[in-house]
Design a protein around this ligand. Structure first.
Ligand code: SF4
Ligand SMILES: [Zn+2]
Length: 468
């Protein structure tokens, strides 16, 4: 049976009151792997209903939020309630949220205020976003960019064919969600867009009860009909349906973290790597995580929902025998979890680990307003600091942190202090085009530390090549 799924269903709507269980049964009988029930769109009750339906069915998940139509319901209280619901175990995304300037059911200002808050909430909760944008693509993409939504990414729901929007979304790591519209006679421009988009960034949805695909157009939609959407995409992309189904299923799992094993510890050669956070002070222009690319070999380092606790990290470490070095890495800055970092490092030293290494942005002292190398010095043996650039201006352009050009001097100072605390200090940079390697090395030499150039992962830009 072809594998399908519905990444966007409104099964809590009254349209299903008479036969909801029957619709769900039909979906799973047709090969549906999972359904994501969208909580927003029916006031605060919709969020509760979505979670209840998810709790009652093994392969149904929920999202929570406020639809742009109901943005006028947004206030401190509704926001706090939704923030609380986001912690429910079956909630896997924030949405649908965004801007709808077509119907304008809520005032623009309310929509913007709510959307901004939900982008921030998604980042705090480490949940992907489900975006609704109508007649407001430029504005909504701008808000996603400014709100650093690429930290968590998500999907652009009910994509309408705007390629400018699609490119911006792909650059932020978002997936593009396609529904029954793609089967409509008058939707040639959407089919052209689908033909041009990278297949590894597309996901399936119905938006049921709306937008039934041909031949059900005009009738009530339901999750089983993603099969028609899948067929239509297969025809447009000239890909065999079964193979496409596998790719699209994989995409949705990666986008929402469904069935993706969260990697806390992994091992390469005789080193153990600890992935304790995805949070960063920097927003580096070259970072693959902002294209939702968290892969290191076969490991997936995106942390959905939450960061591993001290106990979970230690448990995970215990499962690996025989290693010489432990490195704190990941697509995040380990010192953002300073307490956990120090505690884990102490445990490692107490358990005889020869070398504990920290890969850091070197901004910790600036962030905490104190010298954190003192705390780290007794439990960390070696540090690799991302120097990244030969001067403050280049550094701030590449790393985009809130401290601006002053942050470069902070990194240099961190390295100076680190030299007095750790056995080994290495300054690193990424091998980017147009960044002066020799000049950067000269800075490292001047500080009297080792220097290493890290490879730039061009392969993460794969989809960009396809669009050229
Ligand atoms: S500090 Fe590292 S993980 Fe964070 S944005 Fe920069 S490259 Fe990415
Ligand atoms: Zn919807």
């Amino acid at each position: 049976m072809t594998k399908i799924y519905d990444s966007h269903a409104h099964l809590n709507f009254a349209d299903y009151d008479a036969d909801r269980e029957e619709v769900i049964r039909r979906a799973f009988a047709a090969g549906t792997k999972f359904i994501i029930n969208i909580g927003s769109g029916m006031g605060m009750k919709g969020n509760d209903d979505a979670i209840r339906i998810a709790n009652e069915h093994e392969n149904i998940y929920a999202t929570v939020g406020l639809h742009p139509h109901e943005a006028s319901l947004f206030n401190d209280q509704t926001f706090e309630t939704i923030a609380g619901l986001a912690d429910e175990p079956r909630v896997i995304a924030i949405g649908e949220v965004g801007l709808d300037y077509h119907y304008m059911h809520s005032p623009k200002e309310d929509q913007i205020r709510a959307f901004e808050a939900f982008i921030a909430l998604a980042r705090t909760k480490r949940l992907p976003l489900v975006i609704h944008s109508r007649d407001a693509n430029r504005e909504s993409m701008g808000m996603l960019r400014h709100g650093h939504a690429g930290d968590v990414a998500g999907v652009i729901h009910s994509f309408g064919g705007d390629m400018e929007q699609a490119h911006q979304a792909l650059d932020l790591g978002f997936y593009i969600s396609i529904n029954g519209i793609v089967t409509f006679k008058n939707a040639q421009s959407l089919r052209d867009a689908v033909a041009a988009l990278p297949v590894e960034r597309l996901v399936l949805e119905t938006d049921c009860p709306f937008l039934s695909p041909v031949p059900f157009r005009g009738k009530r939609n339901e999750p089983a009909y993603t099969a028609q959407v899948l067929s239509a995409i297969a025809g447009i992309k000239h890909i065999e349906e079964e193979r496409l189904a596998d790719i699209l299923l994989d995409n949705a799992r990666t986008a929402f973290g469904i069935g993706v094993e969260q990697t806390t510890v992994y091992r390469l050669d005789n080193k153990l790597y600890l992935n304790i956070t995805n949070r960063c002070t920097n927003v580096c222009v070259f970072c693959p995580k902002f294209r939702n690319d968290y892969a290191v070999r076969d490991y997936h380092l995106k942390l959905f929902k939450r960061e591993p606790t001290y106990d979970e990290i230690i448990d995970a470490v215990r499962r690996f025998p025989g290693y010489e070095e432990v490195v704190f890495v990941g697509f995040g800055e380990p010192t953002r979890r300073l307490e956990v970092l120090v505690a884990v490092a102490r445990w490692l030293k107490e358990h005889g680990v020869k070398t504990v290494r920290l890969d850091t942005d070197g901004l910790g002292n600036l962030v905490y307003g104190r010298d954190i190398t003192a705390e780290l010095g007794s439990v960390v043996d070696a540090v690799s600091v991302s120097l990244n650039a030969p001067d403050a201006q280049t550094y701030s352009r590449l790393c985009n942190n809130p401290y601006g050009e002053a942050s470069y001097e902070a990194v240099l100072n961190f390295i100076r202090l680190a030299k007095t605390r750790f056995r080994e200090v290495t300054a690193t940079m990424v091998d980017l085009p147009n960044i002066d390697v020799r000049a950067t090395q000269a800075v490292a030499d001047g500080l009297g530390v080792r220097f290493r150039v890290r490879p730039y992962y061009r392969e993460s830009l794969r989809y960009k090549k396809e669009r050229e």
